[in-house]
Design a protein around this ligand. Structure first.
Ligand code: NAP
Length: 274
């Protein structure tokens, strides 16, 4: 089965390693290629790849929105999020999905971090935050508060968040908020090489009994260190990264893939950041 990842610059992608490990574990005959393209070529490239026999594509920055008009249908959650990271190419048409959404949900379940009826806080207003807010909403979060450096300038995100009963705040307003159950970092702050940075202070991080960081390099970011020092439950982004890849494979291979496979690949992938 011909599979691949489309994007603008893919040199550092972890995806081929994850998919290749999965092929080995499940005995699947498959290839997973990195396919870089310019924005103006996206429509024609989709046609070319399908003609060349590609069945599944992952889509990354900056084309997660770009590909949407060229798809026959898009899964409901991907429509709400406004981004597609998985395309399934079939004779009946090409279909879009968002497995960042499902991968995040699966990683919360794996870590035993419950969000139903909980007060959840999301840091950042990028593409990842949209998938996370939708997932928290669907999992029954009681409140979803989204912190931005410039909430007044993020009207599009605010409109999206409002449909999911989310509320935008500044970091100053977040600091004044006394309660919270789950904090999710959806900013790049703390990612290698800027590993000493944290999107919030130690005092704020310490207020949450569960802290999730979508970053996986380093394994334990500064914000997760702060949380661990308080005995909070923590989770980094590696399980989500692998789970979104496995979610795509489940669509392409038309089979359920056990969480044990995600765990095994995530453990293997994490070794490079130890
Ligand atoms: P992004 O669009 O580059 O940034 C997300 C948001 O973070 C921005 O919209 C911004 O919100 C905030 N931000 C950016 N720079 C900041 C800074 N210096 N200080 C404070 N806030 C800042 O990124 P993304 O694509 O949404 O991804 C976010 C993070 O999640 C990245 O680290 C990415 O690697 C990770 N990620 C992980 C997975 C996974 O599977 N584990 C999947 C997707 C993404 P405001 O302007 O509103 O403050």
């Amino acid at each position: 089965m011909k599979l691949g990842l489309i994007g603008e610059k893919l040199g550092h992608s972890q995806s081929p390693a994850i998919h290749t490990k999965l092929f080995q574990l499940l005995g699947i005959q498959g290839s997973y290629d990195l396919i870089e393209m310019n924005r103006r070529d996206v429509p024609n490239e989709l046609i070319r790849l399908k003609r060349e026999g590609y069945v599944g594509l992952n889509v990354t920055i900056p084309y997660k929105i770009e590909v949407m008009p060229f798809l026959a249908d898009i899964a409901h959650e991907a429509q709400v999020i406004g981004a597609v990271n998985t395309i399934y190419m079939t004779a009946e048409g090409d279909f879009g999905y968002n497995t960042d959404y499902s991968g995040f949900g699966r990683s919360l379940d794996h870590a035993g971090i419950a969000v139903q009826d909980k007060e959840c806080v999301v840091l950042g207003t990028g593409g990842a935050a949209r998938a996370i807010v939708k997932c928290l909403y669907d999992k029954g979060a009681r409140t979803i508060t989204i912190a931005s450096r410039n909430p007044q300038e993020k009207s599009e995100f605010a409109a999206f968040a409002k449909t999911l009963h989310g509320r935008m705040v500044s970091y100053e307003e977040l600091a004044a908020q006394k309660d919270g159950d789950v904090l999710v970092n959806c900013t790049p702050v703390g990612m290698y090489p800027n590993i000493d940075a944290s999107p919030v202070s130690k005092t704020i991080a310490a207020m949450y009994p569960a802290v999730v960081d979508l970053i996986y390099n380093p394994k334990t970011t500064r914000i997760l260190q702060y949380a661990q020092q308080q005995g909070a439950k923590t989770l980094n982004g590696m399980y989500m990264l692998v789970a979104q890849a496995i979610g795509s494979e489940e669509i392409w291979q038309k089979q359920h893939i056990d969480n044990a496979v995600i765990e095994e690949i995530a453990k293997e992938m994490e070794k490079q950041y130890e």
